[in-house]
Design a protein around this ligand. Structure first.
Ligand code: BES
Ligand code: MN
Ligand code: ZN
Length: 500
């Protein structure tokens, strides 16, 4: 989708659709509506009077203009209640409009500059939100359909400048494109089936991203990982014929040699559970178990495109978890790269094993802060559902910054406890720890297990098991990968860069 700015009066632009975002039960008060409605002989106010349109959140109403103005249609997008307004409402309503128009085969639209509380935000932020909502809302994963009956999608979206400085608006548009395209890259990876996205396929995507954005990259193979002693990663990988890869991507935005931020992502390209095999129902969803790794790769792409003044390294150990004659077994004891030993109680608690070694690697690199992102536990889905990501930390300042970055992105982060008392649950009789902590507080014990490998480094763990994909279309999300928490990670890097 191309996003541009138009300085023309929006109703004088020949276009398929002119979009006005309105608050619930406030349509007639909207400045844009007040200008356009008389030109349509009061068609909008008639619909409001008859209570046919209310501008509820996500509501999309299409009104044909029958030649009265240049745009062929006026589209009212509902933003929901004005009193509850959050910047994310702009993204959500534009996304709903785009989804609706795509289904009608419409390819271009003009968006009037929002007004009311939505118009009081910084103009560049408004442009960014409209852009993000448009690109996120227009995304779909169609590559494996072979028919020619797929809707074409939206080609161009123009934002009416509303008298604001075009350079400010353009800044917001540029940022919105980078953010949304990064999220869409992660969504594409999450939706790929396991046979099309193996560990080496994931490395190939990372290499492409690195080439396109001038990032340093190394991809280590199994032999190299053996040399480095990444035995916990290799234990998970050993059941699959698809060999593991350890992906290291480096972005340097400052002269300093420090790594300001390490992004560690869980990347199990398919999680069958291994010998502790999962029930077959819904097992296909476990192709998404690499969402954390995808988000690290996508975020560093955006950080590079935005040329942020920060040094970031993305670390992704990509593996496949399958049962076979070479697979690890329950009861095995594995010596992790840190030297700590792990008793494997369930081969399905594989994410924390792969992350253990990668966290040690990040600590050894001397990264100043570590964020890990993982589809780690079903327990987190039980606790927080698809709405909020579980956030765990050993550093309150860092998690506060992550929460703020999340709020700005419309990606909710909810902090969970990390009390030492829970650690008892993963004490082992034969090794330093076991890889499961029982049914109670499963998301917490998994996070505490990881904390053993982060040591005293400022670290935040994001459990995205519930939020990395959605079971239904809502807002700018489409059933499938959501791209959470890519935009949060980018915002976080942006904040850290500013304090550099
Ligand atoms: N990848 C799963 C977690 C998961 C569950 C992600 C549902 C997305 C949706 C993880 O590897 C896993 O299997 N965790 C186990 C841990 C248990 C064996 C301690 C779980 O949550 O059941
Ligand atoms: Mn598992
Ligand atoms: Zn898993």
């Amino acid at each position: 989708m191309e996003v541009r700015i138009t300085a023309q009066n929006p109703w004088e632009v020949p276009t398929e659709a002119l979009v006005v975002l309105c608050f619930k039960d406030k349509i007639s008060d909207d400045k844009n509506v007040k200008e356009i409605d008389p030109l349509l002989s009061g068609a909008i106010s008639r619909l409001v009077e008859s209570r046919e349109i209310k501008a509820k959140s996500g509501e999309v109403t299409v009104i044909h203009t029958l030649g009265k103005i240049k745009p062929e249609r006026v589209v009212i997008g509902g933003m929901g209640k004005q009193e509850e307004f959050m910047p994310d409402f702009i993204r959500r309503s534009i996304a709903a409009v785009c989804k609706g128009l795509i289904n009608k085969g419409i390819k271009e639209l003009v968006v009037t500059f929002p007004c009311g509380p939505a118009g009081q935000l910084d103009s560049s932020l408004i442009a960014q939100l409209v852009t993000e909502g448009g690109i996120l809302g227009s995304w779909s994963f169609k590559k494996y359909f072979t028919g020619d009956d797929q809707p074409a999608g939206i080609k161009t979206m123009a934002l009416a400048a509303g008298g604001f400085s075009t350079s400010e608006l353009q800044k917001g548009i540029d940022k919105g494109i980078i953010l949304a395209e990064a999220a869409n890259l992660a969504r594409d990876m999450v939706n790929e089936p396991g046979n099309c996205l193996t560990p080496s396929d994931m490395a190939a995507i990372a290499e492409q991203v690195a080439r396109d954005n001038g990032l340093e990259i190394s991809v280590l193979d199994k032999a190299k990982m053996e040399e480095m002693g990444m035995r916990a990663v290799l234990a998970v990988a050993q059941g699959s014929a698809n060999q593991p890869r350890f992906i290291i991507m480096k972005y340097r935005g400052t002269e300093a040699s420090d790594i300001d931020l390490a992004l560690v992502g869980k990347a199990v390209t398919f999680d069958s559970g291994g010998i502790s095999i999962k029930p077959s129902e819904k097992m296909e969803n476990m192709k998404t178990d690499m969402a954390g790794g995808a988000s690290a790769i996508a975020a560093i792409q955006a950080i590079a495109k935005m040329k942020l003044a920060i040094n970031v390294t993305a670390l992704v150990a990509a593996v496949e978890n399958l049962p076979s004659g070479t697979a690890q077994r329950p009861g095995d004891v594995v010596k992790s790269m840190s030297g700590k030993t792990i008793e494997v109680i369930s081969t399905d608690a594989e994410g924390r094993m792969t992350l253990a070694d990668v966290l040690s690697y990040a600590v050894n690199l001397g990264a100043k802060r570590i964020i890990d992102v993982a589809t780690l536990t079903g327990a987190c889905v039980v606790a927080l559902g698809e709405v909020a990501t579980g956030a765990f930390t050993n550093n309150q300042d860092l998690v506060e910054l992550v929460k703020k970055a999340g709020d700005e992105a419309g990606e909710y982060m909810w902090q969970m406890p990390m009390y030492d008392e829970y650690k008892e649950q993963y004490k082992s009789d034969v090794a330093d720890m076991k890889n499961v902590g029982g049914r109670e507080a499963g998301a917490v014990t998994a996070a505490l297990f990881l904390s053993e490998f982060a040591g005293s480094k400022p670290w935040v763990h994001l459990d995205i098991a519930g939020t990395s994909e959605t079971s239904r279309d809502r807002g700018y999300w489409k059933k499938g990968g959501t791209g959470v928490p890519v935009r949060t990670l980018i915002n976080l890097a942006n904040h850290l860069a500013k304090s550099n």
